[in-house]
Every structure is written in C-alpha cells, then in structure tokens.
Design a binder for this molecule. Structure first.
Ligand code: AMP
Ligand code: MN
Ligand code: MN
Ligand code: MN
Length: 277
C-alpha cells in the first residue's frame, strides 16, 4: 500500500484555472499531493510547463485533459488520463474543440449584448491569453462588472441551460472523445457523474455508451462529494465495471471546500484507476 495522495483532476490558466501550470504544481506539492493530473478543458497547452515544474519539485505529473463531449443534448465531461499529448489524432480533435469553444464564446457574448451587457468577448480573449475560454470566464466577467454578485448567480441567471446567455453547442460525440483518448494511449474517465442533472436511466445509458466506446473509469471521489455522492458513484462504477478515479477539480485558491489533494478516500474494495498506469 502506498500513502501517496492522488489528485487526478484540476485546471490551470491553460483553461479556466486561476494558477499558471507551474504554480499549480507547486501548490499541489505543498498540499502533499504525490501524483497530480492536470486536466484542462479541451487543451494540453499547460502540460509542458507542468511537467517541468513537477520534475523540479519532485511530484509525479500525469498528463491529462478534460474533454467536453456531446451525449443526447447534454454535455458530459470526459477526463483523459496518462495521454500522450503529442498524439496526432488527439491534437486534431482538440483543435476542433477549440474552434467550437471560440465560436461559442463569441455567440455567448452576442447573446449577453442583447441583455444590455457590452461585448465581453475582447475582454475575455485578453483575460484568457492563449488559453481556452469557458463559461467560468463569463461568470467572472459578470461578477467583475457588477451584473451579478457571485459565480453561482452568473450561472443561475445567465449561463445555465435555459438562461439568456446559454448557447446550445455541438460538442464532439461521447464515443469519439473516448476514442481520441484511447488513440493517445490514455484512460477515459467520466468526470463528476452526478453533476449532469441526468435521470438515473439516462446516466446509465450514457455509461453504457461510454463503456462500449472504450471508457474505463469514473470519478468516485471529487472535491465536494458527500458520503452519499461517493456511495452512488461507486455503485455506478460497480454496475458498469469501471475503475474508480478521484480528483478535486480545483480551479482557484480561496474556495474553502475545494483544495488540491483534499479528498475523501475511495471506498474500501474500489479498484483505483491508477492501477492502469
Ligand atoms: P464550459 O466548459 O465552457 O461550459 O464551462 C464549464 C465550467 O464552468 C466548468 O468546468 C466549471 O469550471 C464552471 N461551472 C459550471 N457550472 C458552474 C456553476 N454552477 N458554478 C460555478 N462554476 C461552474
Ligand atoms: Mn472548469
Ligand atoms: Mn467538468
Ligand atoms: Mn474540471
């Protein structure tokens, strides 16, 4: 048995995280993490810097990604772990996702203009640098300019499905996202299974499709998971024969509930996904 702390889901400034990759890795080290996967939204751009920092401070970096995947008319998040970030098929796929993200960001900004909010796109493009723009950037913009008080308000009033700034998006289908990860030698993991507002029946349908496509893991422990959440997620793992993953989904310092490496233990008997790499 090893006492290593694994955190297999987090974000840097390459997508919607607040810390540059090297700072993120150093913070993980300070928090006692032994194995960290950086899993930015639809990009591998942070991995080189993270790898370098991990070598310097002596933690193991698992190259990862979090892909936005279409299922029915929902967007599911598929974490790819232990991928080869230089794989051509994966890179082609990501390039497509990035075009989708960019076009969606412009459309969201235009929808907000109709609600009397000046075009956010130039600001966000500047704020995100070369990174991917996500709805979290919009949420921060809306807070910063006083349209809402909190990120959560921004989602509740503008950015969630059915709200004025929501743009239905044709993400790459679930099976294809899983395939890209497999092609890149990685393990595909369904992220935060209880966050999609899917009925049990549809969640099981999604998981059946995920497994048929080559998906191998599911997040059983996430940053904010309650004991009941963990039990439910582990039930899904058992039902579909999936390995169990754990990750904080850390985005920024200052959230008292989510910190790198601060995770409940996997249920006794669970097969950890890191046995695969
Ligand atoms: P996107 O992938 O562009 O749709 O953006 C999704 C990101 O927004 C997620 O990865 C979270 O970082 C963030 N997010 C989604 N829903 C919420 C919420 N209700 N409150 C705060 N952040 C959220
Ligand atoms: Mn995010
Ligand atoms: Mn996610
Ligand atoms: Mn995430």
């Amino acid at each position: 048995m090893s006492d290593l702390i694994y955190d297999l889901h987090c974000h840097s400034t390459a997508s919607d995280g607040a810390l540059p990759p090297a700072e993120l890795v150093n913070r993980a080290k300070q928090q006692g993490v032994g194995v960290l996967a950086l899993t930015d939204h639809d990009t591998v751009a942070g991995l080189a810097e993270a790898r370098q920092a991990a070598q310097e401070c002596g933690i193991r970096l698992v190259p990862g990604i979090e892909l936005s995947a279409g299922f029915d008319n929902h967007c599911l998040h598929i974490v790819g772990l232990n991928i080869d970030p230089a794989n051509g098929r994966l890179l082609e796929g990501i390039a497509r996702q990035q075009v989708t993200r960019e076009e969606r960001a412009q459309k969201i900004a235009q929808k907000l203009v109709k609600k009397g909010i000046p075009d956010a796109y130039p600001d966000l493009r500047a704020a995100a640098g070369n990174g991917e723009i996500t709805r979290l950037h919009f949420a921060d913009f809306l807070v910063k300019h006083g349209y809402v008080e909190t990120q959560q308000d921004a989602f509740d009033r503008y950015l969630s499905k059915g709200k004025p700034g929501y743009v239905p998006t044709a993400w790459t289908a679930l099976a294809e996202c899983v395939d890209w990860i497999r092609q890149a030698g990685g393990v595909a993991v369904l992220a935060h299974p209880l966050r999609y507002k899917l009925s049990t029946k549809w969640l099981n349908k999604a998981l059946a499709q995920f497994v048929a496509a080559g998906g191998q893991g599911i997040e059983v422990v996430t940053g904010r998971a309650s004991i009941d959440d963990i039990r439910l997620s582990y039930g899904l793992a058992l039902k579909h024969g999936l390995y169990a993953s754990q990750g904080s989904d850390f985005h920024a310092p200052g959230n008292q509930y989510v910190e790198l490496g601060r995770l409940a233990a996997l249920p006794a008997g669970a097969e950890p996904v890191w046995n695969l790499f």
